[in-house]
Design a protein. Structure first.
Lengths: 166, 386
């Protein structure tokens, strides 16, 4: 009975396609969730750096640094990238001695922030690539999430060595 | 922190990745973390207590050399069991794009995954052909580490992702405390004496040994007592053949050396020379020579200039120029004050490559990977960085 083979073949094919779709949907979901977690971690590290900078500015009565830290802490989503870059510039022009615990706190926070930014960028790229695939778009997979956004700031690492030499 | 590390290559054969994994594991244990290393190994091979064997490895030609790796259903089952038992906070795999335990571990992992890329393959056929399949592996990696600027460049250009550059570490204490070989380095006065060292495959053109040999032969004629100490795999006849007969007794050949012998060898010379003509992505041997407080003379390659802090921690000479090398050697051997200044700066530079320091930077990447997975921030103290 050749007809039955057609049925079996079609059933296997449908099964394979369904498995692929389920797997793809899971993949998109996983990458989206991960990009969102990375964004929360990045947010926390931005706040930590700004707080550490504010503490340092208060002790040194550095008005400009304090203002930059304050603006970064209060910035809304639209101005935030610019505000964080301003804070990076302020910190770069400040003299930071790694022996001093408050300076060290700022340097460490900047280093951790640099890592968080790097990881976030990579994970957002992965998530956007998965979401941008034609099949995923067609079936509107992952529509429960916003498109992951890049957070585009300059590398916040502070050149600690150079400052010590100066 | 509970850390699982996967090494793709068998510990039965020495190699750069294997040494890196062992030193990193020991440094992390030294910082108070729980570490388990999964690697292929023969059942009866003697292994450090923190290494778990994933069974025998099969030799497979890969990327121009033979790699001993494990791959297949049995290995997969072992990797899964190890992951379940270990219940790791973070999984750290090395070279995940080789068909190996590392790739299996990435595909089986549930939590945060950190991957270290060692090789700087600029254009690999495998990478180009399997882009789609590799995406699935790369996607599961949370954070990437590259051990050299070159390896990082490959990441950025060919696998569209960034990577944190963390250099190879060196266990400084192991080199600084090594005893020089008996009778070495000997006298070194103005115009006489001195010992020069070279380590590596002297028959391989890109290691540049002929450049050093020419410089040595020319200098040895004017400088009585100058000696050359060579170590590395190779045939003694190939080494002595091109050296004029009257100078052969001033060349000492050690053959292939073990790690402790390497440290002693580096302590036994006044000048260590790295005449490489290219193809070095990092220059591990330079950090080892610096750790041994030996003055380094190296060709002016990007990787070397980076390690030597632009020439402050060691002397650079134009790549491939035997005449210039001869001049630099003569000058340095006559100037103990200059050598002392270079090694003093070298000590500072090598402190940043010391394993405990490097391991702390790796721990920060672990923290970043864990945070990116569950969205919470980890305290410096908890990571053991405090």
């Amino acid at each position: 009975m050749p007809g039955m083979w057609w049925v079996v073949g079609a059933a296997v094919l449908v099964g394979l396609v369904a498995a692929y779709l389920v797997w793809t949907a899971g993949r998109v979901e996983r990458l989206q969730t991960r990009a969102e977690s990375a964004a929360r971690a990045l947010d926390a590290h931005l706040l930590r750096r700004a707080a550490a900078a504010a503490v340092l500015a208060e002790r040194r009565s550095g008005v400009e640094l304090y203002a930059a830290a304050r603006i970064a802490l209060d910035a809304g989503p639209r101005e935030r990238e610019a505000a964080e870059n301003d804070l990076t510039r302020q910190l770069r022009s400040a003299r930071l001695d790694p022996v001093d615990p408050e300076c060290e706190a700022v340097i460490a926070a900047s280093r951790r922030l640099a890592l968080a930014r790097q990881v976030h960028t990579d994970l957002v790229r992965d998530a956007r690539a998965a979401r941008g695939r034609p099949l995923v778009r067609l079936l509107r997979m992952g529509r429960g999430h916003d498109w992951p956004r890049y957070f585009d700031i300059d590398d916040p690492t502070l050149p600690a060595q150079a400052d010590v030499a100066a | 922190m509970r850390i699982g590390i996967v090494c793709p290559y068998s510990f039965d054969v020495p190699g750069g990745v294997q040494n890196h994994v062992m030193d990193l594991a020991e440094a992390l244990i030294g910082l108070g973390h729980e570490v388990s290393v999964l690697a292929p190994a023969d059942e009866d091979a003697p292994l450090p207590p923190y290494v778990v064997s994933a069974g025998r490895a099969v030799p497979l030609p890969y990327n121009g050399s033979v790699a001993r790796i494990a791959f297949g259903p049995v290995s997969t089952a072992r990797v899964r069991r190890w992951l379940t038992r270990g219940d790791f906070d973070v999984l750290h795999v090395h070279e995940p794009l080789t068909l190996s335990l590392s790739m299996l571990a990435v595909l089986s992992a549930r939590g945060p995954v950190v991957a270290t890329f060692h090789t700087a393959m600029t254009r690999s056929r495998m990478l180009a052909a399997a882009q789609g399949a590799l995406r699935i592996v790369l996607e599961r990696i949370t954070a990437r580490i590259a051990v050299s600027a070159l390896a990082r460049k490959v990441q950025v250009e060919h696998m569209d992702g960034g990577a944190v550059e963390i250099p190879n570490g060196v266990t400084v204490a192991r080199y600084a405390g090594a005893e020089p070989l008996p009778g070495w380095p000997g006298e070194c006065d103005t115009g006489t004496g001195g010992a020069i060292g070279f380590l590596g495959r002297f028959t391989e053109p890109r290691k540049g040994f002929p450049i050093l040999r020419d410089a040595f032969v020319a200098l040895a004629r004017q400088r009585p007592g100058l000696r050359l100490l060579v170590a590395g795999p190779g045939d003694a006849d190939d080494l002595y053949g091109p050296v004029p007969a009257d100078l052969r007794e001033r060349v000492t050949f050690l053959g292939r050396v073990s790690e402790p012998e390497k440290a002693r060898m580096l302590r036994s010379v006044h000048l260590y020379v790295a005449p490489n003509t290219g193809g070095e992505s990092f220059g591990m041997i330079l950090t080892e020579a610096l750790a041994a407080s030996t003055t380094v003379v190296a060709s002016d390659l990007d990787a070397f200039r980076r390690v030597l802090d632009g020439g402050r921690a060691g002397c650079l000479f134009p790549t491939g120029d035997a005449v210039a090398l001869r001049g630099v050697l003569a000058e340095l051997l006559d100037d103990p004050a200059r050598r002392a200044a270079l090694t003093a700066c070298g000590d500072q530079v090598v402190a940043t490559f010391d394993w405990p320091v490097v391991a702390r930077r790796v721990l920060e990447v672990y923290a970043a990977a864990i945070e990116a997975t569950d969205g919470r921030v980890i305290d410096q103290e908890w990571v053991g960085l405090g």
